[in-house]
Ligand binder design. Sequence first.
Ligand SMILES: C[S@@+](CC[C@H](N)C(=O)[O-])C[C@H]1O[C@@H](n2cnc3c(N)ncnc32)[C@H](O)[C@@H]1O
Length: 323
Amino acid sequence: MSNANSITNQKIFDAIHETERDGHLTDRQSEGLSGLSGARTVGLLQRLAKIYEDVPGACYLEIGVFRGLTLVSTALEAPGLACFGVDNFATLDPGGKNRAIVDERINRFGARNAELINSDFEVALESLGNHICDRRVGIYLVDGPHDYRSQLICLTLAQPFLHENAVIIIDDANYPDVRWSTRDFLLAFPEYRLAFDSYSTDHPANLASTEKAAFEATWLNGIHVLVRDPENSLAPMMPPTADNERGLYLNEWLAHRLRLAELAPEALVLADAVVSGDTAAEQSAREALTAAYANNRPEFENRHKDRNVYSAALPQSRFNPGS
Ligand SMILES: C[S@@+](CC[C@H](N)C(=O)[O-])C[C@H]1O[C@@H](n2cnc3c(N)ncnc32)[C@H](O)[C@@H]1O
């Protein structure tokens, strides 16, 4: 491990231990700074911000701002650290108010070093240099869409922009999609090591209120912390995964080629109602599925029942023009 790496990693481990013990560095919940991250997640980001504020050229980047809890909390702790948050407000925003809430919180709390990048994360990551200029991302929070591909793309597309001593925090690590994508990233990028992981017994939405409150005080829905360790000073450690979970990813391919692939969530809600014999739920699920089908009917009717490959307009063969 280079000297700079080992010093930073030791500070990161100290910050994690301190966070496990003390939680938040500053808790602004009562002032209305709430969101979807656990108290320790916020506390760790706050401590890391103080560390990276002193690292020349480093900045903070998060994917998934929601209403600004992590972005504003982190920025306020280190006014000298440029903090960027990417969100296109695609989910968890039925009233379309989250963008305005983020702007209001940045202003009200005076987080002048926080900047919202209102964009899809893939678009933002492909042109991140336009936003962060010659800075490098020292602290990277991945907390956007939690499907396997989005997680992996968040990790891989950010690579050219990460600081040589970057720390990566991956939220919602309870999900198999998150555990598998972190594992696959660590196998493909062996200069990174899993420094710390933590899981809760269930998703907060499925927990009783006392248990939920207990996990809200910690890492909520699981966390991964990755550090750069080019000289392999740390032991290899992988997120827990079970072999039978791989079937879910095989199912993606089997489901995606079917005629109604996009309706898989609605179809599974209907399937659940059917097998559990809940006739009221079956009726409303059937209506939701039929309505979603009607929304895109011409497209669905143009497809095969199975093995849709969408290759009709692809070139038959090509050579690289530089060959
Ligand atoms: C779990 S929330 C983030 C929570 C936040 N870090 C906090 O502290 O409360 C996930 C966010 O990811 C955003 N998101 C979903 N898909 C996205 C995409 N394709 N590009 C950018 N952001 C996206 C959602 O709009 C949502 O606000």
